[in-house]
Write a protein that binds this ligand. Sequence first.
Ligand code: ADP
Ligand code: ASP
Ligand code: MG
Length: 409
Amino acid sequence: MALLVQKYGGTSMGSVERIEHVAGKVALARERGHQIVVVVSAMSGETDRLIKLAKSMQARPNPRELDQMIATGEQISTALLAMALDKRGIQARSYLGSQVAIRTDQAYNKARIRSIDSERLLADCAAGIVPVVAGFQGVDDDGNITTLGRGGSDTTGVALAAALKADECQIYTDVDGVYTTDPRVEPRARRLDRITFEEMLELASLGSKVLQIRSVEFAGKYKVPLRVLSTFTDGPGTLITLEDNISMEEPLISGIAFARDEAQLTVAGVPDRPGIAAAILGPIGDANVEVDMIVQNVGADGTTDFTFTVNRSEHERAVEIANKVAQELKAKGVRSALDIVKVSLVGVGMRSHAGIAAKMFKTLAAEGINIKMISTSEIKISVVIEDKYLELAVRALHNAFELSESKGG
Ligand code: ADP
Ligand code: ASP
Ligand code: MG
């Protein structure tokens, strides 16, 4: 008998029929003798709808009020699933984050989990009751509702699995595992049986939304066995493992990630002198805007163009701040671009192989795709390109690095 945390995402909870299907899966796992704790997302589209509604009231809603509102999607889906289980004669109880005491810090809209009281859930399990916990939400020390960032139910699932010392955290979604790239963009993408935490962390942080990045961080830190599976088809899914368990034949590249939600800013014609990077990025960081890639170029006239990327949702705020800084520095001005995407190759095999970057750049050049920015680490290479080339770039790279089932085919 194992204790399993099963997390079901938005599509899996998308209708009454689908929730009944989820109840059937929970029932089956129980028949097999397992204890199950369920974490659910809001029904698909619901969180988007709530955010839109909030923004129709106020362009930049107060973060506390936004969380108060967008946490409601999960309240509905927990109750619906508890009802579906009850209908099948399975005792179940729905819980909000605050009722299980998923305590977080006070960073509304991107709160971090600090602690979870596992007692109530363990007592339910011992009594044969299935707890159905709302993903994505928590409560701060003052009783305010917080949310964990988009896709945050994955993190709730992993955090609960860690707190309960579960045997596995199963992330049930609308794909049957982690693929070499998003199968919606490259239908020839291949499912991976296993991937290391390190690579999954890189893929997630570079835009693969199949798992929220914090869930992977959490799973790595607390060594929670984590598996991505389909709600709709049976199969082994993808196991996220420690590197030690992977065979010597680790492929060079494990996957391609992309992020559509980046924005590029350039502070142009900045006098080239020490302290410029700090003068520009200091105020951006102070405003809690995360900076991703950075490029600085000194032109023939001795001034610098300082270019960086931020999340698109923070673009306006970043431009406001950059404009202010540009004036102070007597720079020529601020340009920004939203029609960009970041495409990244990820693989621990890169460490021991030279020439990956050159091959990547050659492949993109052969398709006539211009590279605007580049950044590398030990296990990834990222480029920023024009968004209209996203699909072409992903497919060309997928083919060049022979990631499909039929090698290169
Ligand atoms: P859920 O609502 O279940 O949390 P998400 O939409 O958050 O589901 O995540 C699943 C989606 O992630 C898939 O439908 C797929 O389009 C996308 N995705 C992106 N990159 C990958 C990848 N490398 N492997 C599998 N799916 C991916
Ligand atoms: N419902 C939340 C979202 O749409 C959390 C999740 O689905 O994981 O972001
Ligand atoms: Mg998700």
